[in-house]
Design a protein around this ligand. Structure first.
Ligand code: NAD
Ligand code: MG
Length: 397
């Protein structure tokens, strides 16, 4: 039996992971589940899976979960805080760790899993965007194995030769094509984007996801974060990663080889496919995903992204060019801006403005320790928050 810790169990990826795992109870055993503050949801999941441990982000939520589980007579040890998250990410009984916390909060527990040599199923792309060099170094030193869950990166992984870590040029890979749906506003009149609502931004045409990544898809910051993620995972440069708009979300990404071959991975847009792939690799297991019907799909379209429509994508390239802590600053400013947009305090079109001004104000430094990354993350958050509060709605460029 393979023991699994699921960080971020109550979220969209966490729930999909539990769904795949529940189809293979003879293979996988859930040893720990974690959540931010969703006590009811984590309680239900604990009652179904009976893990050894549960962890909540804060002690007050942990206390409430502990009481409910005690009353129900369930023997689950409930931990709290970053230390609790790190503890369940490094348990001896956890062979695999699903890293599905959203945002910067996922970094420290995922890094702990890397140091402990776990098989990491990485959904939390923000960990790589913030501190790719430190994270990849942690994976190497800890002798951990990294399996991408992001559908595009999982597709790329599937299209790569098995020894790609020798170097892409070395194994004959020329380019990566990273597909993007373009989100709900791909064709909307640009001059109406300032009035879109959080509900419209979260109504993704093809995928059902958490709210933060849904807004990131609408601004295409998600694709910017994914270019950064791809560069770290596959040890390449942004110029070797071509973003391609593909509105059907059926081709999840492609890899071009020196001989002109282009390999693609296709499937229904359902995260249970990459999750099942990463859980079972090198085997294949059932995931519950509806098989792809090519006759229903009928056609596949590909377009170049319009950088004027999606300024966040350009900001991600700018941060990659700058290097050092610039991508951590980008990520932190984006998290604050997206949260403010979801709360109704800033316009959709103010998101790139907050990010651009924060990148300009908080100088990037070279990354020589995790502390430097965390300091610049905090400085960027505080600057972005001051912008959001100052203008309460419209921030002028
Ligand atoms: P979500 O918002 O649905 O769930 C997030 C999970 O993280 C929840 O369990 C929540 O309780 C937990 N969490 C949030 N803040 C926390 C904190 N401060 N401390 C501890 N736990 C916290 O998000 P999601 O859509 O499942 O995305 C999770 C990650 O996977 C993100 O990094 C996202 O970019 C990535 N991802 C998601 C999808 C998708 O289809 N949903 C696809 C690709 C990548
Ligand atoms: Mg993705």
């Amino acid at each position: 039996m393979i023991g699994i810790t699921i960080l971020g169990a109550t979220g969209s990826i966490g729930v999909s992971t539990l769904d795949v795992v529940s189809r293979h109870r003879d293979r996988y055993r859930v040893v720990a589940l974690t959540a931010n503050t969703e006590v009811d949801r984590l309680y239900q999941q604990c009652m179904t899976c009976r893990p050894q441990y549960a962890a909540m982000a804060d002690e007050a939520s942990a206390q409430r979960l502990r009481q409910r589980l005690d009353q129900a007579g369930a023997a689950v040890e409930v931990l709290s805080g970053v230390d609790g998250l790190k503890q369940v990410a490094t348990l001896d009984s956890a062979d695999y760790v699903m890293a599905a916390i959203v945002g910067a909060a996922g970094l420290l527990p995922t890094l702990a899993a890397a140091h402990a040599g776990k098989r990491i199923l990485l959904a939390n792309k923000e960990a790589l965007v913030m501190s790719g060099a430190i994270f990849m170094d942690g994976v190497r030193r800890g002798n951990a194995r990294l399996f991408p869950i992001d559908s595009e990166h999982n597709a790329i992984f599937q299209c790569m030769p098995p020894d790609f870590s020798r170097g892409l040029a070395e194994v004959g890979v020329r380019r990566i094509f990273l597909t993007a749906s373009g989100g709900p506003f791909r064709t909307r009149a640009i001059d109406t984007l300032d009035s879109v609502t959080p509900a419209q931004a979260c109504a993704h045409p093809n995928w059902v996801m958490g709210r933060k990544i849904s807004v990131d898809s609408a601004t295409m910051m998600n694709k910017g974060l994914e270019v950064i993620e791809a560069c770290w995972l596959f040890d390449t440069m942004p110029e070797n990663v071509q973003v391609v708009l593909h509105p059907q979300s059926v081709v999840h990404s492609l890899v071009e080889y020196a001989d002109g071959s282009v390999l693609a991975q296709l499937g229904s847009p359902d995260m249970r496919t990459p999750i099942a792939h990463a859980l079972a690799w090198p085997e294949r297991i059932a995931s519950g995903v509806t098989p792809l019907n090519l006759f229903d799909v009928a056609r596949l379209d590909f377009e170049e992204p319009d950088m004027a429509r999606f300024p966040c994508l350009g900001l991600a390239y700018q941060a990659m060019d700058q290097g050092g802590t610039a991508t951590a600053i980008l990520n932190a400013a984006n998290e604050v801006a997206v949260q403010a947009f979801l709360a109704g305090s800033i316009a959709f079109t103010s998101i790139p403005v907050v990010i651009e001004q924060t990148l300009g104000a908080v100088g990037a430094r070279s990354v020589d320790s995790l502390d430097v990354v965390l300091e610049d993350d905090a400085a960027a958050r505080s600057h972005a928050l001051s912008l959001v509060r100052r203008d309460n709605g419209r921030i002028a460029l």
